[in-house]
Design a protein around this ligand. Structure first.
Ligand code: ADP
Ligand code: MG
Length: 489
């Protein structure tokens, strides 16, 4: 495993004449040296002879550090191939993912799902796993999974006698539909529009408004308008959930986009990932390809929020340790909510606000400039008056909004990238502005002293607004709407 991605390691074996010995090379860490003893004992107890002479095991590519007991089975099979007890071509067709017990039984290893995905993507077609992991491995379409209990059974599979260990693919039951619908929300047209744009292009939103105006209610309805995931996206999300131990006892493919809403007391490590030994993915990775919702964002500690800056900018989290560095995906859309001031009344019924200006200033400063700069759409949400709440007709249902989102995403897919990830030349190519738009942008940029980052973010949002309008080119009106959302906060 490298981060949340499986990496194919080729186990090569060689037997030479000489004093019996077993050496493992190819950047193994200390845990791999224990493999030697386990493999020796397991082979003996399963009734196979250890090949004689000097045995060499090489794990390629040699520049990547290898760790953990997951190579045991592959090493054992490789050694049997080294002196012809099993045919080398037969062994070479399999990906073997299991730890060996001394008696020759197979034990599960973490990360089987992402490793099976990597096997499939590398064009390998057959995977052997411990029996306990059959459900997880068979979530991957297009590979043959053999779930076996022992080394002897694994050898039977390699020799072509393992038909009974082959596991049929499971369909994995469907997830329940979500009930929360945007039709329940009265009024709040600009906020709904911002969330629609965010869902369509993968952008970030900040909702600012007094308590009870529906901020939480609005954000919780995001999942109902997010587009379905492609099979590949589903597999990636399922792999991350598997590593984080969120799949539970009955693994299934995750088909709905992640919506993660951590509490404001969350630690930095739980938010962005980390941990002492092998780093674990944090909420930003669990939310990747979906939404990270930070309700009452001003309640999060400032230090916690600042670590969001890198993932928000790069779509990736990098964690460095003495042993190496890991990167985890973090392509989420951030939805945040906050009150305009500690008592919540500023702006809406300013006369009732009990906070002095300095307090309000301090409260807003909990979100640093650089963090605010990374939020594309800023929306002031006002309280909906009681008579409107009681009498207004239901809003547009989520299904209708989602249809537009799905169409806008299809246009982006055809261009090759989600708008939120457009950079450099691709951004310039897909957001070619006419003279009127350029003039507007120039005026706003100089008047508001906007940063280059703001400028690029406005262009990406304008692209999404044009996609929602099913237009190939970004027009002045699309740009204007993107600018309004940038400034209204
Ligand atoms: N615009 C609205 N339309 C319908 N119900 C609303 C609206 N705004 C608030 N409510 C009602 O008030 C409750 C509290 O809203 P909530 O989302 O918790 O507000 P906030 O998070 O802004 O403090 C909601 O659960 C909902 O019942
Ligand atoms: Mg709330």
């Amino acid at each position: 495993m490298n981060g949340v991605e499986g990496l194919i390691v080729r186990v090569e074996t060689h037997a030479a004449a000489g004093t019996p010995s077993l050496t493992i090379i190819g950047l193994p860490d200390r845990s791999l040296h224990e493999s030697r003893d386990r493999v020796r004992a397991a082979l003996a107890n399963a009734g196979f002879a250890m090949p004689p002479g000097r045995l060499l095991v090489n794990l390629a590519p040699a520049h990547v550090r290898k760790e953990g007991p997951g190579f045991d089975l592959a090493i054992a099979l490789g050694l049997l191939a080294a002196d012809g007890q099993v045919p080398a071509e037969a062994v070479g067709r399999f990906v073997a993912l299991a730890e060996l017990a001394l008696d020759g039984d197979l034990r599960p290893v973490p990360g089987v799902l992402p490793m099976a995905i990597a096997a499939k993507r590398a064009g390998l077609r057959a995977v052997i796993v411990a029996a306990a992991q059959r459900d997880e491995a068979t979530l991957v379409d297009g590979i043959d999974v053999y779930a076996v209990g022992s080394l002897a059974d694994a050898i039977a599979v390699v020799l072509g006698n393992g038909g009974k260990f082959r596991v049929g693919r499971r369909s994995g039951g469907d997830e329940p539909e979500r009930a929360d619908d945007f039709a329940d929300v009265r009024g709040q047209v600009p906020a709904k529009r911002a969330l629609e744009i965010a869902a369509a292009g993968g952008h970030n939103v900040l909702l600012v408004g007094p308590p009870g105006c529906g901020k939480t209610m609005l954000a919780q309805r995001m999942p109902s308008i997010l587009p379905p995931m492609t099979p590949d996206e589903s597999l990636d999300v399922t792999a991350v959930y598997s590593i984080a131990g969120l799949l539970g006892t009955a693994p299934r493919i995750v088909r709905t986009r992640p919506f993660r809403a951590p509490h404001h007391t969350i630690s930095r490590i739980a938010l962005v990932g980390g941990g002492a030994l092998q780093p674990r993915p944090g909420e930003v990775t669990l939310a990747s390809r979906g939404v990270l919702f930070l309700d009452e964002i001003a309640e999060f500690s400032r230090g916690t929020l600042e670590v969001l800056r890198q993932p928000l900018e790069d779509g990736i989290v990098t964690i460095s340790r003495a042993a190496g560095s890991w990167s985890f995906p973090a392509q989420f859309s951030l939805i945040a909510s906050m009150n305009p001031c500690p008592c919540g009344m500023r702006g809406d019924r300013s006369a009732d606000c009990r906070c002095d200006d300095a307090t309000v200033e301090r409260y807003r400063a909990r979100l640093s400039g650089p963090l605010l700069d990374r939020i594309d759409l800023h929306v002031s949400v006002a309280r909906v008056p009681f008579d409107q709440l009681a009498r207004a007709a239901p809003g547009e249902p989520s299904a209708a909004i989602r249809d537009r989102v799905v169409r806008a995403r299809a246009r982006q897919r055809a261009r090759g990238s989600l708008n939120a990830h457009l950079r450099g030349a691709a951004l310039r190519e897909h957001v070619a502005l006419d003279a009127a738009s350029l003039a507007l942008l120039e005026t706003v940029m100089s008047r508001e002293r906007m940063s280059a980052r703001s400028f690029e973010r406005i262009l990406r949002v304008a692209r999404t607004i044009a996609d929602l309008a099913e237009r190939d080119t970004v027009a002045r009106e699309h740009l204007a709407e993107a600018i309004v959302f940038r400034r209204s906060g």
